[in-house]
Design a protein around this ligand. Structure first.
Ligand code: DGY
Length: 320
């Protein structure tokens, strides 16, 4: 069988695949240009792709022999799942293993906003740091007893809730489906309507998948419901926030600040208006970027593909 990788994976993963299949690894421009992807997919049985690859119906339908797609990501909004499923192509993804790393980064961003870490780092390196330890010197705010609003209470949302409870925050959430009473009690979280989540939280953190329902759901109208002192964090998908609206909100100080690991179009350019603002912390889509997690993701991505190509159920399969 023939397998295409739109980018090199870990050596152990490529080795494992090469023991079983005729493997082609794209080494050129990233993302792989669509025309090239379409020409290369034609004779392939399996595909390993990444969250920035657009695996749309043109690509899937060009893969007339395609049996399995394995994405090296928990998000699968870049794969046309409907077309794949119509064609009987199995789609695998890599949830669970990246939950901890993404939740950790969310907390890091939250702490960075509350305690002004990037600003402090810049100040200390400049010659503008003149006084120390004054009662009003470089004050941030406590996480303690502040309200965290989690939008999207899946695996990562829950992992963030657990961490936030550790910091003695109050946690409210909004999700398509409410958790059971028992789970709410265990996690110590409370369900609220979407408007209330934005209205009452000191920090709102986005953990929902990007779907037609969540596309740009966080717009100016919703952001305007937030307190002037509140923060917005997004480690999920950029397209959930209307970025132009967020720039307006940050410029007008409608909210205190934001921290973004994801953007509507990635990578952003230095000319992007969001990159010009002081009250936003920016990261290069690194939620799952730890040595351990990325290795685990590679293992799962390979397992998913191997199982699917053998006609078996992958470890994690996208079902619609
Ligand atoms: C994912 O897995 O979907 C993440 O966005 C990649 O870090």
């Amino acid at each position: 069988m023939k397998v295409l990788l739109t980018r090199k994976l870990h050596d152990f993963a490529v080795k494992e695949l090469k023991r079983k299949y005729d493997v082609e690894v794209h080494t050129g421009k990233i993302p792989m240009p669509k025309k090239l992807l379409i020409s290369k997919i034609k004779d392939k049985d399996g595909l390993i792709c990444y969250p920035y690859d657009s695996i749309d119906s043109d690509v899937i339908n060009a893969g007339t022999k395609l049996k399995a797609i394995s994405t090296y990501s928990v998000g699968y909004d870049h794969v046309d799942i409907k077309t794949a499923s119509k064609r009987g192509i199995v789609v695998g993804y890599t949830p669970e293993v990246l939950t901890r790393a993404t939740a950790d980064l969310t907390m890091a961003l939250m702490l960075s906003l509350f305690r002004r870490i990037p600003e402090g780092n810049k100040l200390v390196r400049s010659d503008k740091w003149k006084t120390i330890f004054g009662p009003y010197e470089f004050l941030g705010t406590d996480l303690y007893q502040k309200t965290l609003g989690i939008f999207g209470m899946g695996r990562i949302g829950k992992a963030v809730a657990k961490r936030a409870i550790g910091f003695e925050m109050k946690v409210v959430y909004h999700n398509r489906t409410k958790l059971s009473k028992k789970e709410e009690e265990n996690l110590r979280v409370r369900y609220v309507p979407l408007d209330d989540l934005f209205r009452t939280s000191d920090v709102v953190s986005i953990h929902s998948p990007h779907t037609s329902q969540t596309n740009e759901i966080v717009n100016l109208k919703l952001i305007k419901k937030m307190k002037k002192t509140s923060f917005l964090v997004n480690t999920s998908r950029g397209k959930i926030i209307n970025e132009k609206d967020l720039v307006i909100a940050l410029k007008r100080k409608i909210i205190a600040g934001a921290a973004l690991d994801v953007f509507q179009k990635e990578p952003i350019s230095g000319n992007n208006p969001i990159a010009k603002l002081d009250n936003v912390i920016l990261m290069p889509h690194s939620g799952s970027a730890t040595v351990e997690t990325r290795k685990d993701m590679a293992e799962i991505a390979v397992k998913n593909l191997v199982l699917a190509l053998a006609g078996k159920k992958p470890v994690y399969q996208v079902v619609i």
